[in-house]
Each structure stands twice: as C-alpha cells, then as structure tokens.
Design a protein around this ligand. Structure first.
Ligand SMILES: NC(=O)c1ccc[n+]([C@@H]2O[C@H](COP(=O)([O-])OP(=O)(O)OC[C@H]3O[C@@H](n4cnc5c(N)ncnc54)[C@H](O)[C@@H]3O)[C@@H](O)[C@H]2O)c1
Ligand SMILES: [Zn+2]
Length: 257
C-alpha cells in the first residue's frame, strides 16, 4: 500500500513518536472492537452497558462471563503486523523513541515487543478485589475458546475480605489510573508526531490526547478506515487499517531513511 506523501513526510521528520491506539488496532488479530455488533448471549446488550460498575453491581457473574467470552481467548490471538511494525519502528526506521499509549486491555503491543506500553484503561491480565482493591494473584479459570460460552461464570473471591474479584480494567464512568494518564500526557506533550490508530475518539479523557498533542506542537495523523471524532483534530487522515498501514509506513521509512 502506498503511504500518503504528507504522512510519510511527517513520520520521516519526527524524532519522538507516540502511537495512540484503540480497539481497531487489535481488530485484525481477531479481537472485537466495542462498536462491532455483539453476538450470541450478549446480542441484546451494548458493550457500553456491560462495561460499567452498574452492570457489575447488578450481575457480576454475567459481566465476568461476558469478559471471558470477548477476551478469554486472548491467549489464542496473536499480535498483527501493525503491532509488530510499531514495535520495530524505532530500530528499523530510526526514530529516537516510539511510545505506545493504548486504550486496549489486551497485551498484544507487549507481545509484539513494544517496551513501556501505557495502558489507559488497565489490563485484562490483572485482577483486583471489587471491595478492598487488593490485587488478586490466584487462579482465574477461563473457558477454552472452542467451548460453549457460559452465560454466567462466578468470579473468584478475594482472599483478604471475601469480596468478588473483578477485571483490572477501567469501566465506563470510572476514573483512569492517574499515573497512566500523567505518563500519557507527558509523552504526547513532548512528541513531534502523534499517530492515532483504531480509536473512535468517543471515550474520554483518552480522546483528548490528540488535542493535547496538537496543542503542544505535534503533527497528528489518524489511521482508521472510517471517519471518527478525532478526524477533525488530525492534520492528516489515512483511511486504512492498522495491519496494512503501519507496516507500509515503517517499511517506507526504512527504505527512504
Ligand atoms: N482489544 C481491546 O483491548 C479492546 C477491544 C474492545 C474494546 N476495548 C475498550 O473499548 C473502549 C472503546 O474505545 P475505542 O476507541 O478503543 O474502540 P471503539 O470500538 O470505540 O472503536 C474502534 C475504532 O477502530 C476502527 N477500526 C476498526 N477496524 C480497524 C482496523 N482494522 N484498523 C484500524 N482501525 C480500525 C473503527 O473504525 C473505530 O473507529 C476502549 O476504552 C477500550 O478499553 C478494548
Ligand atoms: Zn477484598
């Protein structure tokens, strides 16, 4: 795929790059985005109604089962060519730094080899008590991807207080972890290029990062097959998918030095 000239120019002249990613980054790995239609048991619900503290209060076993139907098979998915391109960018194409700030709760950037990934919305690899906040290090039984998915699955119980263990992710209506937010703002403010990949720009405050980057002088480029709420903030938009666009960009940078 041909890299649009203005995108290649912006990337070539950038020393400090930040790649801000959302669910679309992992779509070509087979992880569904939030705007994809839900299937099966959960077809009647919008993801935005299940990833909430209220849904958890109402029916924790239902929310727990939903999480594992969506993400339980993460072990079975692989980073795609887009994750790998981001991970090799600095080395292959000579940027001083390529930071990753993600809204994703999967670990595909890490598995592709990106160091220091900032997770704005937590991680599905971590769990904590919903009552006393103690991190949970015990076993989490996950149904196999091929098995029939249960409608309810009892969450583990906290060894400290007997409360229910919840996913270590940020739900709609919850605050972001302050340290992750502060690190994200710091890297975006010192970047020359903010590349926004696969996010709808609807979830705040994450959606504010491209605005902060632009305000601090960075060039903002959006990679997304569709128009989003971030498109207007971007200096350049590239209507392509992550696993196609990012390898094309990094290869073009490597070729043209
Ligand atoms: N993989 C994950 O960890 C995962 C998956 C689903 C949802 N979430 C959570 O969902 C919330 C929703 O916000 P969001 O903006 O990240 O996702 P979103 O679902 O709201 O939007 C996804 C965006 O990705 C774009 N997209 C779809 N396929 C793409 C591709 N192949 N390449 C590039 N872009 C593509 C869509 O056009 C859309 O703009 C986030 O808070 C996140 O925590 C995470
Ligand atoms: Zn507890």
């Amino acid at each position: 795929m041909e890299v649009p000239g203005p995108v290649l120019d912006a990337a070539r002249s950038a020393h400090r790059v930040v790649v801000v990613t959302g669910a679309g980054m992992s779509a070509e790995s087979g992880v569904p985005t939030f705007r994809d239609a839900q299937t099966g048991l959960w077809a009647r619900y919008a993801a935005e109604d299940l990833a909430t503290p209220e849904a958890w209060e109402r029916d924790p076993a239902f929310v727990w089962a939903w999480y594992f139907s969506r993400f339980g098979s993460l072990a079975a998915v692989e980073p795609n060519a887009g994750h790998r391109a981001v991970a090799t960018w600095a080395e292959v194409a000579g940027a001083e730094s390529v930071a990753v700030v993600t809204q994703n709760v999967d670990d595909l950037h890490e598995r592709a080899g990106s160091p220091d990934v900032v997770h704005l919305h937590g991680s599905l690899a971590s769990f904590r008590c919903s009552r006393c906040d103690t991190a949970y290090e015990g076993r989490v039984d996950v149904p196999d991807a091929g098995d029939a998915q249960p409608e309810r699955l009892d969450p583990p119980v906290c060894v400290e207080c007997g409360g229910l263990v919840r996913p270590g992710v940020v739900w709609f209506g919850e605050l972001l972890p302050l340290d992750a937010w502060e690190r994200a703002v710091a890297v975006v403010e010192s970047a020359d290029l903010v590349l926004v990949v696969g996010t709808s720009g609807l979830v705040h405050p994450a959606a504010g990062l491209p605005v902060i980057g632009r305000g601090a002088g960075a060039t903002v480029v959006e990679v997304n097959p569709r128009e989003t709420d971030t498109s207007d903030v971007a200096h350049h938009v590239w209507r392509a998918t992550a696993a196609v666009a990012l390898p094309a960009l990094v290869q073009a940078l490597a070729r043209t030095g």
